[in-house]
Structures are given as structure tokens and as C-alpha cells.
Ligand binder design. Structure first.
Ligand SMILES: NC(=O)CC[C@H](N)C(=O)O
Length: 365
């Protein structure tokens, strides 16, 4: 079925729908990875967004059992140049279009994804709608201008009750703001005793779980919409080792008095180079974020910049000068993407061990 994509600034494209035939409205963002569409679709950080992929052929290995990053897709729509109706892979369970249909996610193919991406790079990400070709542009633009994305999106994606993935190693409490399963897999691989808790769990409730460390997960939306969580991180800081990933990094930054801002078109891809300030070493990272921590605002805080983006010099990692807490804007769990930064999970474990040893020495002295 022919469908129209209309952007907030009146630009429009006509394409063919696949997946659900419904309309879809949300922020239109682009991802430059060549593979990993299943992980992207099921990453809760995309909740409510329309996801445009720059790689020209999508869906050729279908949907499998192992590449889920949560139980269902969260992106509202997937926009591609071409999709593959007959996928081929030994793990394939279903095609991309039947997966999208089953979960009511809109697919749009046949549009000039290159032109659209360049437009977003020039003008910045904006709201967009996939709708009937019969609707007038001005009417859709009006609807887009009055559309307000859900500010409580973290509440929508977080677990409603705590659950455990038992292990014989360090006890890690994960605050779930829209956690990707890849984070859980990395902790379990390192034998951590993991308890995943809802986004609004208080510091007191977390202490009752006897954590050796707290991991602040990735998640959707503007970090400034999560002020309750920022308050909790403030309370936890200095009492327990903290590791933040993506939204978790932004929440740690806000809790330490820094500011965040919206990037013009975000970082979403599987090959973003990040430089470690101390060593100059560059790692290729997986990224998916629209906001970033403001460099200047860090000057009056106890955070130091540990990593920066090679492409635009924005902040990619911070560490606390006094307390055991650090965070990164990118995704060490990859899923999808390169595993160059995977060692950060070991650094978190080392930090928990070190903090425990210091506490014992302190008690002895
Ligand atoms: N993947 C994430 O955690 C994204 C964080 C935040 N929602 C942003 O877009 O910047």
C-alpha cells in the first residue's frame, strides 16, 4: 500500500508500506549500522521513535531467537530503502515484515533514505508521520506541530517489578530505565548476582538488596524527564560503586550537577570512534543517543571527562574524582555493534572489588 512520510517542516516522501498498515507518528531518527535491525527494533531506547536505516537492504537474515534486546519491538516504525521478503539464515524464525505486522510496527520502504538522512543531518531530527497518501501536507504538519512525545516514556519501558538473575559473583542492582538484555548478558557472563529493579526504586530499597554496585541502564527520552531517578543517584553516590550506560551516564552527570542538551541529529550507529583522554586510545563503539552531557557544565562538578567523541568532540564518558562512579555515553554491550568497549564491564567489577577492599582496610585501621 502506498503511504506518505511527512516531516514537521513539510518535506514529504512516498513509499510502500510493509509490516503494519497503520499510521505512525514520532521523532524520526537515523541509524547508520549495516546490520542489527532486530536489536535496534527491540532496544527500548527507541520507544516511540521512527527509525530510519541508512543501509540500503534490510531484513535479509530475518528475525531469530537470539538477537532480542527486550521482549518486543519499541520503535514505532522502520523506514528502509528496500526490505527482503525472503530472508535466508539458519536461525531465521520469521520475516521482518511478519514480525512488524505481529507487533503493529509500521514499515515503509522505497523511499530515498540517503536524501532523507542528509536532510535530517542538515536540519536536525524532527517529528514525522507515516500516513495515508490522500491527506494534505498542511493538515499533517499541523498535527505534527501539536504532537507531544510521552514524557513518562521510561515508566512505559521499565520493568514493573524486581527480578533476579542469580550468580555467585558480585551483587549488582540494575536500575532499569529501558535496559537492553545485552547488559544483563554481560553481567551474567561475569557471574554477577543481578537484581533488576524498576526505574523508581528508592536508594533505601536498593541498599536493602545489599548491592556491591549499581548499574544505571540505557533508556528512552530526555534525561531531564527523569528527575526522580537523578535524586536517587545523588543519594547512592559515594555509598556504592556506580556504572552508568547511555541514559545512565546522563543521569549520573545530572546528579553531579552537570547539564545535558539535545544534539542536532544524535549518534546512532555501530562505528562511532571514541577517544580515551588519558591514553589517546580510540575504540569503535555502538551508539544510540539524542542527548549528551554539556562539556562546559562539567567544569563546576566533581566529574572529569574520560572519553570524547572523535567526530564532534562531545562528552562520551565521565568519572567521579572522589567517589567510585563512572559512566559512558556509548554501549559496551554493543548489540548491535563492535565489542571494543566490552572491557568496561570488567572495569566495573574491578571497581566493586577495589571499593570493598578499601572499605575493609578502613574498618581495620
Ligand atoms: N540509549 C540510550 O540510553 C539513550 C539515552 C537518551 N534517551 C538519549 O537519546 O540520549
Amino acid at each position: 500500500m502506498l503511504k506518505k512520510l511527512v516531516l514537521e517542516d513539510g518535506t514529504f516522501f512516498v513509499g510502500n508500506s510493509f509490516g503494519s498498515d497503520n499510521d505512525a507518528i514520532g521523532e524520526l531518527v537515523f541509524h547508520t549500522g549495516m546490520t542489527g535491525y532486530q536489536e535496534m527494533l527491540t532496544d527500548p531506547s527507541y520507544c516511540g521513535q521512527l527509525l530510519l536505516l541508512t543501509y540500503p537492504l534490510i531484513g535479509n537474515y530475518g528475525i531469530n531467537r537470539s538477537d532480542f534486546e527486550s521482549m518486543k519491538p519499541f520503535a514505532r516504525a522502520l523506514l528502509v530503502r528496500e526490505w527482503e521478503p525472503e530472508p535466508s539464515h539458519y536461525e531465521k524464525e520469521q520475516s521482518l515484515s511478519s514480525f512488524l505486522k505481529e507487533h503493529n510496527v509500521v514499515g515503509l520502504a522505497g523511499i530515498d533514505t540517503r536524501q532523507l538522512t542528509r536532510h535530517l543531518r542538515d536540519k536536525g531530527v524532527m517529528k514525522a508521520m507515516i500516513t495515508s497518501i490522500d491527506r494534505s501536507i498542511s493538515e499533517v504538519v499541523e498535527e505534527l506541530l501539536s504532537f507531544r512525545p510521552n514524557k513518562k516514556v521510561v515508566e512505559e519501558v521499565s520493568t514493573s517489578r524486581a527480578y533476579q538473575a542469580p550468580g555467585k559473583g558480585k551483587r549488582v542492582v540494575v536500575m532499569d530505565f529501558g535496559m537492553k538484555h545485552g547488559i544483563l548478558r554481560e553481567l551474567v557472563k561475569r557471574e554477577c548476582d543481578v537484581v533488576v529493579v524498576p526505574h523508581n526504586t528508592t536508594a533505601q530499597e536498593i541498599y536493602r538488596l545489599n548491592p556491591d554496585g549499581v548499574l544505571l541502564s540505557n533508556g528512552p527520552g530526555d534525561p531531564k524527564d527523569c528527575l526522580e531517578a537523578v535524586g536517587t543517584v545523588k543519594e547512592l553516590l559515594g555509598n556504592v560503586p556506580i556504572f552508568g550506560i547511555c541514559l545512565g551516564h546522563q543521569l549520573l552527570s545530572l546528579a553531579c550537577g552537570a547539564d545535558t542538551f539535545k544534539l542536532p541529529f544524535g549518534h546512532r550507529g555501530a562505528n562511532h570512534p571514541v577517544r580515551e583522554i588519558k591514553t589517546g586510545k580510540v575504540t569503535i563503539t555502538s551508539q544510540n543517543h539524542g542527548y549528551a552531557c554539556d562539556k562546559n557544565s562539567l567544569l563546576n562538578t566533581d566529574l572529569e571527562i574520560t572519553h570524547e567523541a572523535v567526530n564532534d568532540q562531545t562528552v562520551e564518558g565521565v568519572a567521579h574524582r572522589k567517589y567510585p562512579a563512572f559512566s559512558v555515553q556509548y554501549h559496551p554491550e554493543a548489540s548491535p555493534g563492535p565489542l571494543d568497549a566490552n572491557d568496561l564491564f570488567q572495569q566495573f567489577i574491578d571497581l566493586m572489588v577495589h571499593t570493598e577492599m578499601e572499605a575493609k582496610n578502613y574498618v581495620k585501621a
